[in-house]
Design a protein around this ligand. Structure first.
Ligand code: SF4
Ligand code: SF4
Length: 192
């Protein structure tokens, strides 16, 4: 394959530019203008906290259901979607209506997490969100592995359907229904 060579010619200077001194004066004038019109663009963190954009992807939170409990149904879709394998979930049987499982352990390893948000996208029932917190420090590695007790936030509520999310997902059925009658009729129609 032939190699293409692109020749870039230096720009032609005007007489004033070639005299050199006027360009130095022009540069000094621009510097002086910024000194007079000084507007700080830095903030005195941590005393001042910058307002973050609403779609900021900070540390994760687990929203609560109407009863103030964790909404997660331990389906592990977030764990599978995570490209850095930062999430580890251990499920246990849940005895709530139409909810098969809940997490006994739900950890996120923030030494691995790249805050891509794939886990949140994968969640079928709005049980995981990216929060606004960004301060993350620890004196040891263990402190960067957050458990569900750390990032469960009972003040954040979600009314997204949750009870039958596992069932609908396993049946590849799009519409989310929410009453026991709806689920019973769907089960009777299906072969499962
Ligand atoms: S934000 Fe990305 S890297 Fe972090 S836990 Fe979620 S999927 Fe994994
Ligand atoms: S995808 Fe959502 S419901 Fe499923 S385990 Fe993750 S947080 Fe829980």
């Amino acid at each position: 394959m032939a190699i293409t060579v692109k020749v870039i010619k230096p720009p032609k200077l005007t007489l004033l530019e070639r005299l050199y001194i006027p360009e130095i004066l022009r540069g000094m004038f621009i510097t002086l203008k910024h000194l007079i019109r000084y507007r700080p663009i830095t903030i005195q963190y941590p005393e001042e906290v910058k307002e973050l954009p609403p779609r900021y992807r900070g540390l994760h939170i687990l929203p609560a259901d109407d009863e103030g409990k964790i909404r997660c149904i331990a389906c592990k879709l977030c764990e599978v979607a995570c490209p850095t394998q930062a999430i580890s979930i251990v499920a246990m049987a849940a005895d709530e209506y139409a909810v098969e499982r809940s997490p006994s352990i739900y950890n996120i390893d923030f030494m691995r997490c790249v805050f891509c948000g794939f886990c949140v996208e994968a969640c079928p029932c709005d049980a995981l969100r990216m929060g606004m917190k960004h301060e993350l420090s620890s004196y040891n590695r263990a402190g960067l592995v957050h458990t569900k007790e750390v990032f469960f936030d009972p003040n954040v509520k979600s009314d997204a359907p949750r009870n039958n999310a596992n069932f609908l997902y396993s049946h590849s059925i799009g519409d989310v229904l929410d009453t026991p009658e709806d689920i019973a009729s769907l089960e009777s129609e299906s072969e499962y």
